[in-house]
Design a binder for this molecule. Sequence first.
Ligand code: 6PG
Length: 235
Amino acid sequence: MRDIIICETPDDVADAAADLIFESQTQAIGARGAFRIALSGGATPRLLYERLASDEWREAMNWPEWEVFWSDERAVPSEHKDSNYRLAHTTLLTKVDAANVWPMRGDASALREAADEYARTLRSRLGPGFPVFDTILLGMGADGHTASLFPGHRVLDSSALVEAVEDRTPPRLTLTLPVLNAARQVIFLVTGAEKAERVRDVLEHNDPRFPAAQVLPEEGTCTWILDHEAARLIR
Ligand code: 6PG
């Protein structure tokens, strides 16, 4: 079951996502004393991170109880313009007192070792048992990829927690489908007319060719927050 929220503009998408995240962080901290979130990369979440750093949300969230992770990372130095860590660090994390921040080591020379290292981090911070995130933020490429799970790729069948995707430029690290589908909440942020056909393939046809369609938490919620352009082909 997917929930769909259609907003007028990308700014409204950021506001709707911030509202959902506030609810989730408050519930998680009340129940477990911490809020475990995996941030996404690309361009779309920038508006959300900037919104979360604004006075309204900066003062509302319980940042010291946040445990911040990433859903994927590019194999670039953390100061590189394409780094997903850098995006969140510069727009949000330098502005709030989130003390527990766990970046993927995309700059590692040995990406598979970095994937195994991050899996150990997930087990230690989110254990015991299978790592369950309170919230995982995701985007979707026009090709239907999400995180760094690309159509037809071998890692879509992986039972590992974290995989190295070495045949992309740049190579990447990614959480796998078992981790995404174990989350209590997945939030997709998708904007722009170029995503509209794929949004229809996923939300109306549930087309398994596209990894974004394979993200459907067994017990958690899955909310797609779209702007009108990305939603223009769905009924
Ligand atoms: C990445 C992202 C990726 C992203 C989509 C959408 O590292 O590239 O995690 O999955 O969410 O490619 O990217 P845009 O938001 O830039 O359209």
